[in-house]
Design a binder for this molecule. Structure first.
Ligand code: FMN
Length: 226
């Protein structure tokens, strides 16, 4: 059993504050190549990455912050979460949200504080590199599963190279802003964003850990007991 893999899997966590240090282009290319090594149904290899830094990243952030300032309604290109959210999932969502706000000392009633943290999603949490993840609109649910494996491989390589990341599903809320800014084709669906950089380990937002469901909640074993 590989300690390296366990270490990567169990020490990875979403990082939402970054140091002011660049990510080398060669490192990003290595992350992309590692991601593409993921398996996919019929080897279709779905998904594209739009990787931004410097001015292109700053320009996209300006457009996204303008959309927030304008109270622009969210796009509903695809639904990330089940609608309605069943109570047991709502509970998990709440727990993750409370852990985040508690780490930042944002109280449950501090709507302004929560709004400000939400807006931070659209700055890629101040990371030096922002990624927009897209998939062809015509792809089926299986292809989204493939995209997930692609992204997990990407995230593991990020960790392995000494960087950190977080997914930003909230990016899909302003898909049309992103499509326009990047000049995406009509067939490209914005799935999520990623923020990548060196973790600011001392920042309060990076101090909490999320919990996971127990084994008995998601795995059933058949025919093992004799
Ligand atoms: C595809 C994807 C989208 C995500 N979107 C967001 C997001 O929009 N905002 C955010 O703060 N965290 C986001 N996250 C981070 C999750 O909240 C986080 O993965 C989850 O709470 C588990 O915590 P951990 O990653 O630290 O283990 C996203 C994660 C993934 C994988």
């Amino acid at each position: 059993m590989s300690e390296v893999l366990d270490d990567l899997l169990f020490s990875r966590r979403s990082v939402r504050a970054f140091l002011d240090e660049p990510v080398a282009l060669d490192d990003l290319k290595a992350m992309c190549v590692a991601a593409r090594s993921a398996p996919s149904g019929a080897n279709l290899q779905p998904g594209r990455l739009h990787i931004l830094t410097a001015d292109p990243l700053a320009n996209l952030v300006v457009d996204l912050q303008q959309a927030i300032a304008d109270n622009r309604p969210f796009d509903h290109g695809y639904s990330y979460f089940p609608k309605p959210m069943p109570p047991y999932l709502k509970e998990r969502q709440r727990a993750a949200g409370y852990a985040l706000y508690e780490a930042l000392s944002i109280s449950r009633r501090d709507l302004e504080g929560r709004r400000a943290q939400f807006a931070h999603n659209y700055r890629f949490f101040g990371a030096p590199v922002g990624v927009i993840v897209t998939i062809e609109r015509s792809m089926g649910k299986g292809c989204f599963m493939d995209l997930g494996m692609f992204l997990m491989s990407f995230l593991l390589k990020v960790e392995d190279m000494g960087y950190s990341a977080t997914g930003i599903g909230a990016m899909a809320n302003y898909a049309s802003v992103i499509e326009q800014n990047l000049g995406l084709g009509d067939d490209e669906l914005v799935v999520c964003g990623l923020a990548i950089g060196k973790a600011d380990q001392a920042h309060p937002v990076n101090q909490f850990r999320t919990q996971r469901a127990g084994l008995e909640e998601f795995a059933q074993f058949y025919g093992f007991e004799r």
